[in-house]
Design a protein around this ligand. Structure first.
Ligand SMILES: C[S@@+](CC[C@H](N)C(=O)[O-])C[C@H]1O[C@@H](n2cnc3c(N)ncnc32)[C@H](O)[C@@H]1O
Length: 431
């Protein structure tokens, strides 16, 4: 089956995630076409129904209905479907390159979409169907996820249609699933324990980080977040059905995580998806050996020694900034937190399974007068290597034209618009 993955706000992260999950799930695939907003992939067989729910970085997944060497006529589109009901609503997304191929000016994108929708409705009427359509907001040529969900376009008999260009092919595709905006919103902003000062990881980014772990020694895997804060990584791992362990140096944050996970376990949207075993959460300073805390883990029956498949964590990223720093101040900000990280990496080797992984966020700072972000010093990466880890590149490799940009060291950056601190995703394997 051929699928289209519509990528989220950080396409490089989205692509790295999709490809890693396909590999990890043992699904053979071939990339048919890569675009900065979508990726067309041939997959052996059919993807599991919950595939999208596990991806933080893809907004929609569609199946390719057919491709042809020229633009689709309304009658051809109507003939490509057997609607599952007499009355239905369809959405029409004509992706910008396809709009241009139709010969329309980019700033008049809405018009050809509207005219095609009208003709499509008429074509279906001729076949005895009563179809209504939903169009993108003016000046856009594609619907957003909220419009798809609101109109239930992804549920039969309705249809959410895509016309897009993949190289020379004019592709017609139909949405199979769409990211559940409400569920993310709940897991992001409705949690009872929040701490703006500590900074909370967006749940989608937590999912992406979990999905960048290349392999697991056990299944379901055991994943540990030693700087768990309000528990976002644990929350997302539990929803995958994984065994999660979390700790934090601050008793307040340990309480916050426990509070949030208890809320999740009661929440009508999530309760049934939670792993029966729940998470082990305890207070611990990540710079110190873990044996003092082992008694708190799994009733003392599951010592962490060599047991943890992966550590996935957003550590302490330094004092929150209110303005960009001078180069000298950025250097000393990095130096101030580096020792915490090195002590953590020293300890982590002891409880990671052989070949275990670490997905570790590093802060990248806006320095006055410089464009882009200044990355954590390369000398730190060398020191982690000398502690017994190999650095891997999480960024998607082998794409032309730098369509999925990564840093010069093959790591991935996640940043919100105008943020003073970005998050750099690094990936390490225990040697
Ligand atoms: C950026 S926050 C993590 C936020 C978390 N990802 C979330 O979604 O809420 C970093 C956390 O590291 C904790 N921390 C700082 N130093 C620590 C240490 N030495 N050992 C363990 N935790 C520490 C802080 O208490 C804070 O909760």
């Amino acid at each position: 089956m051929q699928y289209v993955f519509f990528l989220g706000s950080h396409p490089a992260l989205s692509v790295a995630e999709v490809l890693n999950v396909l590999r990890r799930d043992g699904i053979s695939y071939r990339i048919f076409f890569a675009h900065e907003r979508y990726m067309v992939i041939d997959v052996a067989g059919v993807l599991p129904i919950d595939f999208l729910r596990r991806l933080g970085g893809s907004e929609r997944i569609a199946r390719v209905v057919a491709a042809q060497p020229q633009a689709w006529l309304a009658a051809e589109i109507a003939a490509a479907f057997i609607p599952e009901g007499i009355k239905f609503i369809f959405g029409l997304n004509v992706w910008p390159a396809y709009v241009k191929a139709l010969g329309s000016k980019p700033n008049a994108e809405h018009k050809p979409v509207e005219s095609l929708a009208r003709k499509l409705k008429a074509a279906w009427r001729e076949q005895g169907y009563s179809a209504r359509y939903t169009l993108p907001k003016r000046a856009n040529s594609t619907l957003n996820a909220a419009q798809v969900i609101f109109n239930r376009l992804h549920e039969p008999p309705n249809l959410d249609l895509h016309l897009l260009l993949a190289g020379d092919a004019y592709v017609l595709a139909q949405t199979l699933s769409v990211q559940d905006i409400q569920a993310y919103e709940q897991r992001d902003t409705a949690r009872p324990a929040r701490d703006a000062r500590v900074g909370m990881l967006p749940p989608k980014l937590a999912q992406i980080m979990l999905n960048l772990v290349p392999t697991f020694h056990h299944w379901p895997p055991t994943v540990y977040d030693p700087f768990c804060g309000t528990g976002t990584v644990l929350q997302e791992g539990l929803l995958f059905g994984w065994q999660m362990i979390g700790s934090d140096a601050s008793p307040k944050m340990v309480r916050a995580t426990k509070h949030n996970l208890a809320w999740l376990a009661r929440h009508p949207l999530f309760a049934e998806r939670l792993h029966a075993a729940g998470a082990d959460v305890f207070q611990h300073d990540a710079r110190l050996p873990l044996f003092a805390a082992i008694g708190a883990v799994g009733d003392g029956e599951a010592p962490l020694h060599d047991n943890v498949d992966a550590i996935v964590t957003e550590p302490y990223l330094g004092t929150p900034l209110t303005r960009s720093l001078s180069a000298a101040k950025a250097t000393s900000a990095f130096a101030g937190i580096q020792q915490i990280y090195l002590s953590f990496f020293t300890q982590a080797r002891k409880f990671l399974a052989p070949g275990g992984w670490v997905v570790f966020l590093l802060p990248a700072i806006k320095v006055s007068g410089q464009s882009g972000y200044t990355l954590f010093p390369a000398s730190f990466l060398d020191r982690v290597v000398s502690l017994g880890y190999s650095q891997k590149q999480p960024a998607p490799q082998g794409f032309e034209d730098n369509i999925y940009p990564s840093t010069e060291r093959g790591t991935l950056l996640y940043s919100r618009p105008k943020a003073l601190v970005a998050r750099e995703i690094t990936l390490w394997e225990k040697r």
